[in-house]
Design a protein around this ligand. Structure first.
Ligand code: CA
Length: 224
C-alpha cells in the first residue's frame, strides 16, 4: 500500500512512518496540511492517516474540504480527542475509521488493511489468482500450495497487480506503489528486476508485459 500520513507530532509521525515501512508499505509523511494537500494531488495513495490537531487548519477542515472535492481516498482519523461527539463528527465528515491515541502500530496497520478491503470491495482476507494465493494481513504468498519467500518490494509489486487483476498498470503507476518520496530514487531498471524475480520465484507467466504500456497479471490457469 502507498500511505499518506498527516501528523504534526515529530516523534509519533516518525514512529508511524517507520513502523508502516517495516511492514512493507510505501509511506509519505507530512506534518503540514498544505503539503499533504499537494501530495494528494500528485500521487495515487491507498489510504490517509489523518491527525486532527494540526498547526494552521484543523484536520477536520482538511477532511471536509477533500470530501467536498470528491476525494474518495479512505481516511483513518488518528487523534487524542476521544469524545463520542468528536468521533461521530469525524465519521460524519467522511472518515472511514477513527483511532484514539496512544496507538499500536499493529492495530493501525490492521485497520488500514480492513479499510482497504472495504474500499476495494474484497471482504475475503485472501486474494487468489490461479494457483497463487496472497494473504494481505500476513504478506504470505503460496504458489501451488508451496510458500514463496519474497522481498518487501516484490510483495508490494505483486500486491499492486493483484489489487487490479483486470488492469494493465503503467510503470509509473507501479513505481508509485513501490516507492515513496523519502528514499532513494529507484534505479531505472529496478521495476524490471522485481518483475524478473517474481517470474523466477513464482511462475514465468505470473506477470505479463504489455509492450509500450506496462505490466498486468498473467494468465496462470484456474485455481488449484
Ligand atoms: Ca497533532
Amino acid at each position: 500500500m502507498r500511505l499518506l500520513i498527516l501528523e504534526d507530532d515529530a516523534q509519533l509521525g516518525d514512529a508511524i512512518a517507520t513502523g508502516l515501512r517495516q511492514l512493507g508499505h510505501a509511506v509519505d509523511w507530512f506534518r503540514d496540511g498544505e503539503q499533504a494537500d499537494a501530495a494528494i494531488g500528485s500521487a495515487a495513495f491507498d489510504a490517509l492517516v489523518l491527525d486532527l490537531g494540526l498547526p494552521g487548519q484543523d484536520g477536520m477542515v482538511w477532511l471536509a474540504r477533500w470530501r467536498q472535492r470528491g476525494l474518495t481516498l479512505p481516511v483513518l482519523i488518528l487523534t487524542a480527542r476521544d469524545g463520542v461527539a468528536e468521533r461521530v463528527a469525524g465519521l460524519d465528515t467522511g472518515a472511514d475509521d477513527y483511532l484514539i491515541k496512544p496507538i499500536a502500530i499493529d492495530e493501525l496497520a490492521a485497520r488500514l488493511r480492513a479499510m482497504l478491503r472495504r474500499a476495494t470491495g474484497r471482504a475475503q482476507p485472501e486474494w487468489v489468482h490461479g494457483a497463487l494465493r496472497f494473504e494481505p494481513a500476513t504478506k504470505q504468498v503460496h504458489w501451488e500450495g508451496r510458500r514463496i519467500e519474497l522481498t518487501g518490494r516484490e510483495l508490494a509489486l505483486l500486491e499492486a497487480l493483484l489489487k487490479h487483476p483486470q488492469r494493465v498498470l503503467s510503470k509509473a503507476q507501479l513505481q508509485e506503489q513501490l516507492y515513496d518520496w523519502s528514499g532513494n530514487e529507484p534505479e531505472s531498471n529496478a521495476l524490471e528486476v522485481h518483475v524478473h524475480h517474481l517470474r523466477r520465484k513464482i511462475h514465468p507467466d505470473v506477470v505479463r508485459t504489455v509492450r509500450g504500456v506496462g505490466y498486468a497479471l498473467g494468465d496462470i490457469g484456474p485455481a488449484a
